[in-house]
Design a protein around this ligand. Structure first.
Ligand code: HMG
Ligand code: MG
Length: 306
């Protein structure tokens, strides 16, 4: 495989969109409860970094995800900076009621491509999940909220191993049919490798345009940045990251550590690829949450600049 060959679709003049999922994916698995006040202060800092999408919490069952039990209070408490989309995961009608009460900007619906992970994560089979998310998406759109979609276990499942790409496409089509503006492809347990990303994206791009897809890599095995590079070459322009490399999925053993937003932004800027993000403000927000966590976070950039 040749990187940066003549057939590369990577377009240096494009601005890459960096979606920050740290306050949600980063904190959902943490044993310590970051106070609502500290979360709000952190999100308010993130709002001034140039990021255009911040996933601030989840309106899931607080018994399942206690770290985000303060979702309504948190969303009501954050400053809304114009131009920034404040989004949140919503699994069902009850979650949507809470999300609308808090007046979230965007609803993110989520499900898995593999049956067992879907069952463990949201307590439903894949077929049972479709009508639930369809209703959430429909009512969100009717309420004037945009909808984002997530598909998990695209590159591998902690319970079933490899996942058939046909299943991934079927679930993705169903999510697009619900009216999502963008689909995030999740490497939930950080098993993806660059060759696999290329192969799966080749198939995906025959079904969906690149500008409707975002890549959501976890760095569990250190392959996230290599996967970003291949995705860029394939014409993908949107990436999810979690500041400091915080994160994981509580229903995916070993899913520690999202791709660190600060490492992603460092690499893009060093390559001369633009984002709207200010490195210094981003690092300052990373230092803030690192101090609140009380331990060094996995991001390389944060450690190099400490
Ligand atoms: P359930 O227990 O099957 O729900 O949970 P239920 O419908 O049977 O209701 C049971 C009780 O929960 C009821 O209360 C409901 O009112 C309440 P009770 O009558 O017993 O007092 N309830 C709720 N309360 C607040 N908010 C709600 C809600 N729903 C029900 N929304 C459910 C089903 C989907 C809610 C549950 O399984 C759940 O919360 N799962 C979320 C798990 C989760 O957040 N996982 C991590 C996010 S996914 C991820 O990280 C992957 C991603 O990053 C991409 C990637 O990396 O691949 C996105
Ligand atoms: Mg994730």
């Amino acid at each position: 495989m040749i990187l940066f060959n003549g057939s590369s679709k990577m377009n240096d003049s494009k601005i890459i969109t960096v979606n920050e999922v740290g306050p949600r994916d980063g904190l959902q698995n943490e044993q310590i409860f970051v106070s609502t006040e500290d979360k709000i202060a952190w999100i308010n800092q993130l709002s001034y970094t140039g990021l255009k999408y911040i996933e601030v919490t989840s309106f899931v069952n607080p018994k399942w995800i206690p770290a985000l039990a303060d979702a309504v209070e948190l969303v009501k408490g954050i400053e809304r900076v114009p131009g920034v989309i404040y989004a949140s995961l919503v699994p069902n009608r009850r979650g949507l009621e809470r999300a609308l009460e808090a007046n979230i900007d965007e609803v993110a619906v989520f499900m898995s491509a593999s049956e067992t992970h879907n069952q463990k994560n949201i307590n439903k089979s894949i077929n049972e999940t479709f009508p639930i998310l369809e209703e959430v998406a429909k009512e969100s759109l009717a309420a004037g909220k945009s909808v984002r979609g997530y598909i998990s276990t695209v590159f591998g499942c902690p319970y079933e191993g490899s996942v058939n790409v046909k299943e991934v496409i079927t679930v993705s089509e169903a999510l697009f049919d619900m009216g999502i503006r963008e689909l995030s492809l999740g490497d939930t347990i950080g098993v993806a490798n660059p060759r696999q990303v290329r192969e799966i994206l080749e198939i995906f791009l025959k079904h969906f345009p690149a500008d409707r897809l975002a890549m959501h890599f976890h760095d569990t095995r250190g392959t996230a940045m290599a996967n970003v590079l291949v995705s860029l070459e394939m014409g993908i322009t949107k990436f999810d990251g979690s500041l400091g490399g915080l994160g994981g999925c509580p229903y995916a053993p070993g899913a520690s550590g999202n791709l660190a937003t600060d490492d992603l932004v460092y690499m893009l800027h060093a390559m001369g690829i633009e984002t709207d993000v200010d490195d210094e403000k981003l690092l300052s927000a990373a230092r803030f949450i690192q101090e609140k966590m009380g331990r060094p976070l996995p991001s390389h950039t944060l450690q190099a600049c400490s």
